[in-house]
Design a protein around this ligand. Structure first.
Ligand code: SF4
Length: 303
């Protein structure tokens, strides 16, 4: 048995012994995805954490995902393997920014992308993910929307929902925002006949060339069901690796080299094993913060 197989085996045994549920994001390394009970995007993660029967939930992802799981399951022990695996985009917006924007636009609803801290969710009206965002925005009675923190996702939504007025915050995902139009054109010319599926955290100049725009799970579904023999993927490489494993007869390409979220890659099998054995690091939030942030997450999940 190789070292990798041995540690995977130990993780699976510990998971059973501790009655733990392991949820891994699609951007996690493939070997972490292999030992997870579910591999999902942040929307599915929020729903699965809410319905979990296990007393311990391990979130293999970044910090805000652990916080969302804690908000939805305050009585469960929520663990994250790497305490400093943050999301740079989530860190770009503060509760003070939201309060200031609310004062400037008192008639607007605040829609916050799930990639935000619990403190920011607590001062927002409703949360959204990239798979639920259109539904969430269309469900609101307010015509004016303050959208935080991702300006790229916000611009995409503004285009798709022209009947609303948007005030966009200036945040972005460093991994997706790095991709340029010339990357797309180079990938298309290197792989003629391919279709291009992009995540809406990419810039407008990139999305303009996409045959499909959607969340990570929607991109996976599109690649599986597309009749095209080759697909160029415009999101983090974890999705690419998964598709290559799942669809060996299809050609799967990345839109650009090194399309990686470094924080997502901080979690490996060793970190996950240590997390389970030591039951560390536990996500803790003040009860008032949980109560305040819960309504915006609950509202999203119910939609
Ligand atoms: S891919 Fe971007 S938005 Fe997602 S966790 Fe990494 S930095 Fe944050």
């Amino acid at each position: 048995m190789s070292d990798t197989q041995a540690i995977k085996q130990k993780i699976l045994e510990l998971k059973k012994e501790k009655n733990a549920l392991i949820l891994a994001h699609y951007y996690q390394p493939l070997e972490v995805q292999d030992v997870a009970d579910h591999v999902c995007d942040s929307f599915e993660m929020a729903k699965l954490a809410r319905g979990a029967a296990q007393s311990i939930v391990v979130i293999c992802g970044v910090v805000f995902m652990g916080e969302s799981a804690k908000i939805l399951n305050p009585d469960k022990k929520i663990l994250i393997p790497v305490a400093d695996a943050g999301c740079p985009m989530a860190d770009m917006v503060t509760p003070e920014d939201v309060i200031r924007l609310r004062k400037e636009h008192p008639d607007a609803a605040v829609v916050c992308y799930v990639n935000s801290s619990a403190a920011v969710k607590a001062v927002s009206d409703i949360c959204c993910t990239s798979s639920s965002v259109l539904k969430v925005v269309r469900s609101l009675k307010e015509r004016k929307i303050i959208f935080i923190p991702d300006k790229n996702l916000g611009s995409y939504v503004a285009k798709m929902v022209p009947e609303k007025e948007f005030i966009l915050f200036n945040g972005f995902c460093p991994a997706h925002n790095r991709i340029s139009e010339s990357d797309v054109l180079a990938a298309k010319s290197a792989h003629p006949g391919s279709v291009f599926a992009a995540h809406p955290e990419c810039r407008e100049e990139v999305l303009r060339h996409a045959d499909f725009i959607g969340s990570t799970s929607q991109i996976l579904e599109y690649a599986r069901s597309s009749s095209a023999e080759a697909v160029i993927i415009g999101t983090e490489e974890g999705v690419l690796e998964r598709l290559r494993k799942e669809l060996p007869d299809k050609k799967i390409f990345s839109v650009a080299p090194n399309f990686i979220c470094r924080n997502m890659k901080k979690t490996g099998l060793t970190e996950l094993y240590n997390c389970l054995i030591n039951e560390q690091t536990e996500v803790t939030l003040a009860p008032e913060e949980i109560a305040a942030a819960k309504s915006s997450l609950d509202r999203m999940v119910s939609i």
